[in-house]
Design a protein around this ligand. Structure first.
Ligand code: M1P
Length: 270
């Protein structure tokens, strides 16, 4: 089914019974089990909800990953939601059509990016580690990922670096050096995984997508007075925390897709 055909099955945004309300959902652990696909029961509930209010997802990964988890070979994920926010909303799709997108390089500019990359490469050249492999800076659409051991490290080499880092604080010292060198750029550093840290503009967490929700006022005249957000990583340090605790949203912490469905049934009488 095409996105246009799917959208025509639902009332226009302004004709929904609670038209000033939108529900936004994290993907992994909220709409789907972690790294797995969505259940037919969840899709059914989302379809029922979409008759009452606007719905959207906001995920950290790119759209291809969300297509894999929420869509099928014959159903486009962009037909299942009114708003699709991939990479926290850097890629944004409204009713199947792309909205303005953004990228790390667009934001930082080539000159500052090279200063940053050169500093990181020099810093890493001076570190002694048990192993060094390849791809020390990974350039992504919305961020850069920096890894002193290198992203080509094998599983054993990852584990070895992680243990060494725990003892010697390699990544936290690196982040401190970056903060000292670039105090004005407005970057956030996040040590989330085993061998690397992410560097992205401050504010480019899930709250980034709210600007697109607010812009609906200029597109169709709808002001979303109530923005519900559902997420499983709503604790401080989790990647749902900022949008969950943002004053513009009503945050709902969930402990998995079953809980999301339960809360939706109660809240919206589905
Ligand atoms: O999800 C947490 C992190 O996972 C990976 O980190 P690492 O390779 O260090 O284990 C990366 O994808 C990183 O960007 C991400 O934040």
């Amino acid at each position: 089914m095409s996105t246009t055909e799917a959208a025509s099955l639902y009332p226009a945004l302004q004709d929904r019974s609670i038209k000033d309300t939108i529900c936004l959902f994290d993907v992994d652990g909220t709409l789907t089990p972690a790294r797995r696909t969505v259940s037919p029961e969840m899709l059914q509930i989302l379809a029922q909800l979409r008759h009452k209010c606007a719905i959207g997802f906001v995920g950290g990964s790119d759209l291809a990953k969300q297509q894999e988890q929420l869509g099928t070979s014959s159903i486009k994920v962009t037909s299942l939601f009114d708003f699709c926010f991939a990479e926290n909303g850097l890629t944004a799709i409204r009713l199947g059509k792309n909205l303005a997108s953004n990228s790390f390089i667009q934001w930082i500019g080539e000159e500052k990016y090279q200063q940053l990359a050169n500093f990181c490469l020099r810093y890493m050249a001076d570190i002694k580690l048990p192993k060094k492999r390849g791809t020390f800076i990974e350039f992504r659409n919305g961020m850069i990922n920096i890894s002193p051991v290198g992203r080509n490290a094998s599983v054993d080499e990852r584990n070895e670096f992680e243990a060494y880092d725990k003892q010697h604080g390699i990544r936290s010292a690196f982040v401190d050096a970056l903060k000292k060198e670039f105090p004005q750029i407005g970057l956030t550093y996040s040590i989330g995984g085993q061998i690397s840290f992410d560097v992205f503009p401050t504010g480019w967490d899930k709250t980034y997508c709210l600007q697109h929700v607010e812009a609906e006022k200029e597109i169709s005249g709808i002001v979303y007075k109530t923005i519900h957000f559902f997420g499983d990583k709503a604790f401080p340090g989790g990647n749902d925390y900022e949008i969950y605790s943002d004053p513009r949203t009503i945050g709902h912490a969930v402990n998995g897709p079953e809980d999301t469905m339960k809360q939706l049934k109660e809240l919206f009488d589905l």
